[in-house]
Ligand binder design. Structure first.
Ligand code: 5GP
Ligand code: ZN
Length: 118
C-alpha cells in the first residue's frame, strides 16, 4: 500500500497510520473533522495523493480538484449546512495561512461567517 510522504501528517491520516474522525472517504479523498474547529462544522477535505499545496497542482491532477469541490457540496448537504451556506477554503503558502503542506480544503459552516478575512 502507498503510504505517501513518510513525514507528512495528512499522508499518515489518509493511510490510517494516524486516527482521525472520518466524515467521508472515497478513492480520491478523505474528509475528516478538524482537530481544532473554528466553527460548528469544520471538515478538512484531503486528497489521498500527496500534493504539497495548490501551487504544486499539475494538469494531471485537475480531476482531483473538481472531485473535491463536488464532494464538499455533498458533504455540506449531508451535514445540514448546504441550505444556509458555508465556505470552502484553501490556505496556500505562508501568507495564506497554510501550516500543513499536503493540499487540503476547509469546509466551514454551521454559523454565519464574516468577510473579509482581515
Ligand atoms: P492549514 O492551516 O494548513 O490550512 O490547516 C491545517 C488544519 O489542520 C488546521 O485547521 C488544524 O487545526 C488541522 N490539524 C492539525 N493537526 C491535525 C490533526 O492531527 N488532526 C486533525 N484532524 N486536524 C489537524
Ligand atoms: Zn502528504
Amino acid at each position: 500500500m502507498d503510504t505517501g510522504v513518510p513525514e507528512c501528517l495528512f499522508c499518515k491520516i489518509v493511510s490510517k497510520q494516524l486516527n482521525a474522525k472520518i466524515i467521508y472517504e472515497d478513492h480520491l479523498l478523505m474528509a475528516i473533522e478538524d482537530i481544532n474547529p473554528v466553527a460548528p462544522v469544520h471538515v478538512l477535505i484531503i486528497p489521498r495523493e500527496h500534493i504539497g499545496s495548490l501551487n504544486a497542482v499539475n494538469e494531471d491532477q485537475l480531476h482531483i480538484l473538481g472531485h473535491i469541490q463536488v464532494a464538499a457540496s455533498r458533504i455540506a448537504d449531508q451535514l445540514g449546512i448546504a441550505a444556509n451556506g458555508y465556505r470552502l477554503v484553501n490556505n496556500c503558502g505562508e501568507w495564506g495561512g497554510q501550516t500543513i503542506y499536503h493540499l487540503h480544503y476547509h469546509l466551514i459552516g454551521g454559523v454565519k461567517l464574516g468577510w473579509p478575512p482581515l
